[in-house]
Design a protein around this ligand. Structure first.
Ligand SMILES: Nc1ncnc2c1ncn2[C@@H]1O[C@H](COP(=O)(O)OP(=O)(O)O)[C@@H](O)[C@H]1O
Ligand SMILES: [Mg+2]
Length: 344
């Protein structure tokens, strides 16, 4: 019995010596959906995926996948799942088609069946044109798609995707997203781990945020974004004395109190209609002759999620900002991690 849930985990525990990789982790994934597991490096995402896919044993709690107990029925669970990791497991020397045929044979498909399935998957993942090229010549995105295709050979009921787009450029990332959408349309349930709020937002119908081995939030993408305040407009001025004027202008379009960070000469505020807010503020400030260094829209990042939910930043960004205060590459790492879009 699945009760409509493809994955259920209650109070999962996993220890490595003193380290509690999972510390009472709960999860419920509805059948036929993409569920995002969002968290920074070291939060416990891979450990959770490895337990659910029966690669490692849990120390406490219980979990079912496709209605089967992972501890008691690991073989049955394995027959119903697919798994792809952060690093593609395909062979560089073989072509895309040869790779998929080889995986088919590994999964005990006959030669003819393996060929047919490979052709179907190449089509589904938009790799037909590249099918007979060596994988060594594939782009990162093509490789990741081939990896996804390989994990779909037996059309699993549940697919675990562990950071499928980490390290990919934006274009390749978009290609992988398309493939994931196609997978779910064909009936597979996907548990996708990610460090990108944007990715979870784009793909998942529900998101669990994980921190230090525990779920600290479980919500729809909109619910989560509402809790953290959604998109923000951000203005950096040239002179501290301009801040009060900017606060006034921003307040007219914002969806909440503007905040001013005097030291950074920065004013920011949540906005509902991002584009009209941006044009309105830019125009008004120009009309009033305010000297603006930078103006832009900022989507909430994983870091914003953490700050709101836990009151602290992710460890990675803490390290980044410590780096900044020591005078290394101010702004760049922060700007990138915030996913800021700048105009003008
Ligand atoms: N095999 C292992 N031995 C010791 N510690 C581990 C092992 N695997 C994971 N950990 C630790 O458990 C925590 C969670 O790791 P992991 O599940 O890989 O996090 P994530 O995938 O979210 O980055 C980390 O602190 C990590 O160092
Ligand atoms: Mg991981």
């Amino acid at each position: 019995m699945t009760d409509g849930y493809a994955v259920r985990a209650e109070g999962l525990e996993k220890r490595y010596g003193e380290k509690r990789a999972l510390d009472g982790f709960d999860l419920a994934v509805r059948e036929g959906t993409v569920h995002g597991l969002l968290g920074p490096n070291g939060a416990g995402k891979t450990t959770a995926v490895r337990i659910l896919s029966t690669l490692i044993r849990l120390d406490g709690g219980r979990a079912t996948v496709a209605g089967l107990d992972v501890a008691g029925q690991p073989r049955e669970v394995r027959a119903r799942i697919g798994l792809t990791g952060q690093y593609a497991a395909v062979d560089e020397v073989l072509t895309g088609r040869q790779n998929l045929e080889m995986f088919g044979r590994l999964f005990h498909l006959g030669g003819r069946q393996a060929k047919l399935r490979a052709a179907e998957l190449l089509e589904q993942f938009d790799l037909t044109d590249a099918a007979d090229r060596g994988v060594g010549k594939y782009s990162g995105g093509m490789r990741r798609r081939l990896d996804l295709a390989a994990s779909m050979i037996l059309a699993p009921a549940v697919l675990f995707l562990d950071e499928p787009t980490t390290g990919l450029d934006p274009r390749s990332r978009g290609e992988v997203w398309e493939s994931v959408r196609a997978l779910v349309a064909s009936g597979t349930t996907v548990l996708l781990t990610t460090q990108y709020l944007e990715e979870a937002d784009k793909l998942a119908s529900r998101i669990t945020v994980i921190d230090q081995g525990r779920a600290i939030a479980d919500d729809t993408p909109d619910g989560l974004k509402n809790r953290i305040g959604g998109d923000r407009i951000e203005v950096v001025v040239a002179e501290r004395s301009e801040i009060p004027r900017v606060v006034k202008v921003v307040a007219r379009v914002s969806d909440g109190e503007p905040e001013a960070e005097e030291a950074e000469l920065r004013v920011h505020a949540p906005v509902a209609d991002r584009v009209s807010a941006l044009t309105e503020v830019a125009r008004t400030l120009q009309d009033e002759g305010v000297r603006v260094e930078d103006i832009g829209l900022r989507r909430p990042s994983l870091d914003d999620v953490f700050l709101r939910l836990t009151g602290h930043r992710t460890d990675a960004s803490q390290r980044a900002s410590e780096g900044v205060s020591q005078g290394t590459s101010p702004g760049t790492s922060q700007g990138a991690s915030r996913g800021k879009e700048t105009v003008a």
